[in-house]
Structure formats: C-alpha cells, structure tokens
Write a protein of this length. Sequence first.
Length: 277
Amino acid sequence: MGPRDPPEERGLSSMNASERELFSRLMTSFQTFAATLEKWPKAVAVTGALGSGKTEWVLNLALGFEAVGEKVTIADLDIINPYFCIRQVTEALGARGFNIIMPPENARWSDMTVVSPKISCALATEEGRLMLDIGGDAEGALALKQFEPDIRRAGYLLILVVNAFRPQTASVRGVRTMLERMESICGLSVGALVSNSHLMDETTPELCADGLETVMEAGADLGLPVLFAGVPPKLFEETVSTVASRNISVPCWPLSRHMMLPWEEGAMWSKAPAAGE
C-alpha cells in the first residue's frame, strides 16, 4: 500500500515558513519510518514511567503508520491515570479516521482497572496495525496480562519509552529495574527502547543527546535496540547535528505534542460526559 497524502499536504500552500519546515521534517521521519515497516508486528504496545511521554509516542507512531498508508487502531489500556491519556483526544483522533478502543462509557473516566474486550477482536483481525497505550510505571503493564495469549498469537513489540531525566529512569540500573518489573507483571518482553529525554521548556540539543546516551547505555546493558530519539521540533536540526557529532546513529524524531494541558493553546481534549449521561 502506497503512502497517503497527509491532510497537511493538501493545505501546504497556506502554511507559513515554520510550518513548512516542520512538515518537511515530519515527512523525512515518516519516510525513514516506512523503511522499517516490515520489521513491525501487528501489535505495538508502548509503556514507560509516569510522565515519560509514552502517549505522545503512541500518537506519533500512529500518525507515522497512517502517513505511509496503514490502517491504525489505537487502544487505551491506561489503568493508572484516566485523565491524561488517549481518551482525552478521542474526538480529534476519530475525526482523522483512526479507530479508537476505550473502556466502556460508564467507566471511561473512573480510576477502576477496566479495559475493553474489543482489544481481543482487534488482535484477531489481520488487517491494520494495533497501537496499545499502556498505563505509566510497572503497575500499568498489568492491563496487558489478560490479553497476553492474544498478543503473543498476533505478534507484538513492547516499547519502553525512557526519559533519562525522570528519577525512576535516570540511570541504567533504574531503566533495568523498571523494565524487569514491567515484564514480570505483564508476562511479555520489552523488545526496544525509545529515548524521550527532555526537561520541557528547559530542553536543549545537548540535553537531548545526553539523555539519548544514557538510554543507549541502558539498551546495551539490556541487549535492546534504541529505535528513535524524540526531539522538540524547534530543536530538531541542532539536535541532529549534536547527535551526529557524537557519532550516534539513532534516528531523531521531531516529536509533535498532542496531549496539551487544558490551559495550553491547541489543546484538543475530549469532554467528560456530564453527570447522569
């Protein structure tokens, strides 16, 4: 299946210079991503510590699959924090044509450990890609346990997103401890790491590269590849140069933010149902 023309391309003439530049960066990342598609299994599960940016990676990878012609289903398995996860952006994702699997309506905004049985059906379907957004920290991996047999049959890749500036994953030992706890809880094996090392608005290209080096050390210790390094789009070019100067071959991804805080411009949060609905 060939690449689709993303919605942004149809409106390219209306973009300003910075938007055109970001669009070019994203397309470069998607082309690199497309070259690796044959290595990706049916189910791609993404997990990480609280605040690691795992949900942003679910969304960015989903957009990558979509951009190269894949049909994508996104499943919300976050049983840790129902207020900052996929269910917050379901309306925007649905409008783009993604199939979204969420907890039942009457439990969608609760903090109960409820996930949808539709995930088993999605795993049994041969068509398309299934992205699984897992709750933060090791305990969030418990949501995978009930689907372990189906996930194994379908084929899976479990990705651990690491922010090397978060206390739990600031060292090789910390990453190993979190990974081992996750694997013991869910019964599945982490197959790759992603570096999402940042300090929000204080992030610099040097910090991105420093964090990536820590994640690479963890990957070497664990025998796991580092797939990508997430980089704020405005720092992309500088970070690529900094990473290259250190002879690091991990590709950088200009990570677009979709999970905005409610007061931030561009936030597209779904509304919780009113009482009694």
